[in-house]
Write a protein that binds this ligand. Structure first.
Ligand code: FE
Length: 337
């Protein structure tokens, strides 16, 4: 009797195992919020029949994949910022893929040269300036933020935040460590207050007259414009795409990586290709007022209204190499006070 039971149990279990193995699915661990990615995943499932299971968390997903080891169900990791994408790669949790479709649709500067991560959306690190207190041509370049004319008029979030570290790293990549440190010291000396709050808090501070100029990610302008309480903050500033006469505006990305232990690799690659395509690119970028990574895809009307601009095309993989130096520099100049 006991034997029969265990045979029966084994039979049930193997059926279950087969069902799991043959189910058409793909598992995504995401630091990006569900409302941003779910519409595209639903469209993918409708078109392919492949189910997308999502685990969303604000932190700890990398640690979770490490803990789960080879048995991790995760196929793909979604995150923002070159720093986080690079950290997943450095932790050894990704595998490279060489895929002609992805390489064609995602520009070289927005993907790892070895195929460990691919950008899906991009954002410009823009300067915003008070419409009332800053002249049209007063601020044109990131370098201007260190000019004595802006003494006591600049606000930013902490220099240690990934967005700031990437910007500083991009300036190192485009000039030198020495020049960047001189610049960062100049910006620190121009600060109206100790770095604090998120990007939107800087715009609020401009609205309230605490500062005149700030650095923020472009999509926050869209987020504020479509938010009743924050729309007046956005309305108090002018968007400046820095460095149009030279290297262009610094760009960062949100992106995806295929995990080293991906149990559903074929489906995962299908999803990656789908997300680089026109329809998903448009949906994804529009959700958060970002730029599609794929340059052939149309921008949303709101983002389009900010105008065309020249982007800094320094590869993010190159910028990532200067992140540690940039983060140390923030401490050396005492940026956060
Ligand atoms: Fe953000």
């Amino acid at each position: 009797m006991k034997l029969h039971l265990s045979v029966a149990l084994a039979a049930v279990m193997s059926v279950a195992a087969i069902a799991t193995a043959s189910a058409e699915e793909v598992n995504v661990y995401s630091y990006r919020q569900p409302f941003l990615i779910k519409p595209m995943f639903d469209a993918f499932t409708r078109e392919t029949g492949i189910k997308v299971n999502t685990v969303f968390a604000k932190k700890g997903l990398v640690e979770r994949i490490k803990r789960e080891g080879r048995n991790s169900p995760a196929d793909l990791i979604f995150t923002v910022d070159i720093g986080r994408l690079d950290a997943v790669l450095q932790a050894g949790l990704t595998q490279p893929i060489s895929n002609a479709n992805l390489n064609k649709k995602i520009p070289a500067e927005f993907r790892d040269p070895n195929g460990h991560w691919f950008g899906l959306t991009s954002r410009a690190r823009i300067i915003v300036a008070s419409k009332d207190r800053v002249g049209e041509d007063e601020v044109k370049r990131y370098e201007d933020l260190a000019s004595p004319a802006l003494k006591g008029r600049v606000c930013t979030r902490s220099g240690k935040h990934g967005y700031m570290v990437a910007l500083i790293a991009s300036i190192i990549a485009n000039s030198s460590e020495e020049a960047t440190q001189t610049w960062l010291t100049g910006v620190k000396e121009n600060l109206a207050r100790k770095p604090q709050g998120n990007d939107r808090a800087q715009v609020k501070a401009i609205k309230e007259g605490e500062c005149d100029v700030a650095i923020i990610n472009s999509y926050y302008m869209g987020n504020m414009m479509t938010n009743e309480e924050q729309a007046p903050w956005a309305d108090s500033v002018r968007i400046i795409f820095p460095n149009q006469s030279d290297r262009g505006t610094h760009m960062n990305i949100s992106g995806m990586s295929l995990t080293a232990s991906s149990p559903n690799k074929d489906n995962a690659v299908k999803l990656m290709e789908y997300l680089a395509g026109d329809k998903a690119q448009r949906m994804y970028a529009e959700q958060n007022h970002e730029y599609p990574a794929n340059p052939d895809v149309v921008w949303s009307a709101l983002v389009e209204s900010w105008g065309e601009f020249k982007k800094d095309t320094t590869p993010l993989a190159e910028i990532a190499k200067h992140r540690n130096t940039a983060a140390k520099m923030v401490d050396i100049v005492g940026y956060d006070g």
